[in-house]
Design a protein around this ligand. Sequence first.
Ligand SMILES: Nc1ncnc2c1ncn2[C@@H]1O[C@H](COP(=O)(O)OP(=O)(O)OP(=O)(O)O)[C@@H](O)[C@H]1O
Ligand SMILES: [Mg+2]
Length: 452
Amino acid sequence: MKDLTPRKIVEELDKYIIGQDKAKHAVAIALRNRWRRQQVKGELLEEIMPNNIILIGPTGVGKTEISRRLSNLANAPFIKVEASKFTEVGYVGRDVESMIRELMSIAINDVRAEMMKEVQEQAEVRAREKLIDLLYPPQPSIPNESEEDIQKRMERHNRVRQKMEKLLNDGELNDREVEILMDNPKPPHIEIFPQNGFENLDLQLGEIMAGIIPGRRDQRKKRTKVRDALRQLTEIESSQMVSREKVNAEAKRRVENDGIIFIDEIDKIVANYERSSGADVSRSGVQRDLLPIVEGSNVPTKFGIINTSHILFIAAGAFSKSKPSDLIPELQGRFPIREELNSLSQEDLKKILVYPRNSLTKQYIALFASEGVELKFTESAVEGIASFAARANEKMEDIGARRLHTIMNALLDDYLFNMPDPRITRLTVTKTMVSSKLARIIEDEDLSKYIL
Ligand SMILES: Nc1ncnc2c1ncn2[C@@H]1O[C@H](COP(=O)(O)OP(=O)(O)OP(=O)(O)O)[C@@H](O)[C@H]1O
Ligand SMILES: [Mg+2]
């Protein structure tokens, strides 16, 4: 984290997102400030508030993508919620605090997985010992045995054990069967919280999967191959070696200090988003519910109380029918930073096709390779695709880079259907191919509405 300077963050984001420099700039500062804050000593530490951000921009220009990449970079607990989820018609909506509980359970899973990985090696050593005990159980003592005989018997036992150990380590016993004791999964008991969705049920199930519930054990014997037994015993051992309290404490620390919540579609909870009076009430209601969480409050979760004061909130919305200033004033105040993202030009679209690590052309090249076809795009073909995408965005609705998906699909549809075909081993997409395939569709208003 120390090396993740704002410049470096932007550099990393540049690998995936074309343009949108101002937004990258803003999120880079916000992320770095969290690290800076944690270097501060004393009472100021509590005073420094996160730079919550609203990203404003048309659909498909990279708002969600920026946040997604940012969270990968930060290795921080991250969730994305749709603000409109909290206003579902006919139901009070999911309670807003559920996002904190969800974030916490994500952090718990991450931390637990990390800690289990740390003890993995040691756990495997233990699991191997247990397995040898099972394969070659210690023998009961024989009555009236002389000291000397005991000695001899023990030596022999140890020799065999060592041989077994070697066989086990060499994988020679992998296919042998062994009987191990497994915890029976407990039936999930559902906790009823008022206005609660299903996320608690998820938590319960997650816990059962990890088999970390101590106390009442309901065990059963199970025959399995040594190979699988080793894996299962290692898992059991490592989950026993990881303390629940430690996991909780670390997850809580991460959520409270590094957590990032991305609230998408925040423009849809503006009161006058659409004309219908009933929903207006619930929309400003959601804003009001959001406020304490963004401002900082204590939210009870299964894993303890979480203080939300320093969680970073990044909101995003198209704000085509409304403005950020239509949000209730208190909430506006909690998002001091506004950044606009521009709609994508033909030049941007062209770069998006090629440059990002996960660019569409790279994705299709990989898909074709799976069928043994070497796919290539000439530069002018890429230009052509971008130009058709830009035209389609102009003629119909501007859906940003998402248009590239539909265009590419229309372009390569025949091949995608006909592969594998021994006659197709390579394909170079040229400008001519692009034009002949797409021109007809784009000129025809009706066709383009359905296909692009
Ligand atoms: N500037 C960009 N650079 C690279 N890829 C982009 C860019 N903008 C959009 N994309 C790609 O387009 C797709 C949609 O982008 P994204 O999900 O970020 O849209 P959005 O701005 O959140 O739109 P919406 O308002 O509809 O949620 C993603 O697959 C993303 O990779
Ligand atoms: Mg989005």
